[in-house]
Design a protein around this ligand. Structure first.
Ligand SMILES: NC(=O)c1ccc[n+]([C@@H]2O[C@H](COP(=O)([O-])OP(=O)(O)OC[C@H]3O[C@@H](n4cnc5c(N)ncnc54)[C@H](OP(=O)(O)O)[C@@H]3O)[C@@H](O)[C@H]2O)c1
Length: 256
């Protein structure tokens, strides 16, 4: 990392625990650092790196790396600024990510894996070592209160299936984890979006076409273009990619 970037990042990291964000990185990250106002007690940023045709991985699940080095740096910065990083079971199954801040200076977030039926083996690295980890599963699943080195967080099943994002956010906020980074994959970010549980959305678009693969967004069907969720965005250059910062402000697709 060059010295200017390091200084810019240090200025922003100082804002993690309450100082006013300053420096060139503030316009992009200050909205993430705003104190929570939602009833669940959390400020939530979702993120995906997608191809031009809206894929986050090949059909077989390979996603490393859709974005360039700037996207990886951005992802690690979001981890360092947030108290918790959330991923879905599919991401752990395919990538077994460490979810640490090894590319930047800054604390590791608590890792949260959503696996409703507790199907993931405890052999995955995220459950073996590294920063504190929570396995969020349904309250009717079998097994003890730990999963490898992770602590099990039991939550009610949502009538619509899975675990309601709002219930997870309330549980995290009750543990002092009020700034939450939903890192992927597509189904997990989509569930938070569909539930009206995202404040910001950061989408990296890479100049790649796959023509097939795992979609970025899977949301309830709409009948008319006018029913789509329309928003403003700010575009940042992270060559060779672009990064879109979107103020979702807890809007729900299909309910404009
Ligand atoms: N390009 C990127 O930015 C990026 C980022 C991350 C991952 N990836 C790639 O994306 C792929 C995985 O993405 P994906 O969309 O298939 O899966 P995913 O979002 O990682 O995981 C989906 C699974 O997580 C569980 N889940 C998530 N939210 C839930 C909720 N609210 N309630 C209950 N269960 C919930 C469910 O598991 P159960 O059905 O088992 O309960 C669901 O099937 C991998 O190939 C990975 O490499 C790409």
């Amino acid at each position: 990392m060059d010295a200017d970037l390091d200084t810019d990042w240090a200025a922003l990291l100082a804002a993690r625990d309450g100082a006013a964000p300053t420096g060139p990185l503030a316009p992009l990250f200050a909205p993430v650092l705003v104190p929570p106002t939602a009833p669940d007690g959390c400020r939530v940023v979702g993120r995906l790196a997608q191809t031009l045709d809206g894929r986050i991985a090949t059909a077989s699940g390979s996603s490393q790396w859709i974005g360039g080095p700037g996207d990886i740096l951005h992802t690690h910065r979001l981890r360092a600024l947030c108290h918790a990083v959330v991923v879905g079971a599919g991401t752990v199954r395919h990538d077994d990510p460490r979810l640490t801040t090894r590319e930047v200076t800054g604390p590791d977030p608590v890792r949260v894996v959503i696996d409703t039926d507790r199907r993931l083996s405890a052999d995955h690295g995220v459950f073996r070592d590294g920063p504190p980890t929570l396995l969020a599963c349904a309250d009717d699943t079998q097994g003890g209160d730990t999963h490898g080195s992770a602590r099990v967080l039991r939550l009610p099943r949502d009538p619509g299936g899975g675990i309601a994002p709002a219930a997870l956010l309330r549980a995290l906020s009750a543990q002092g984890l009020s700034r939450v980074f939903v890192e992927g994959g597509g189904l997990t970010v989509s569930r938070f979006l569909a539930a009206g549980c995202l404040d910001r959305l950061h989408v990296t678009v890479a100049p790649v076409l796959l023509g097939s693969g795992i979609p970025a967004f899977t949301l309830p069907e709409v009948a008319r273009i006018a029913d789509g969720l329309r928003f403003g965005w700010t575009v940042y250059q992270i060559p060779p990619d672009i990064l879109l910062d979107i103020a979702i402000d807890r809007a729900r697709p299909g309910q404009s």
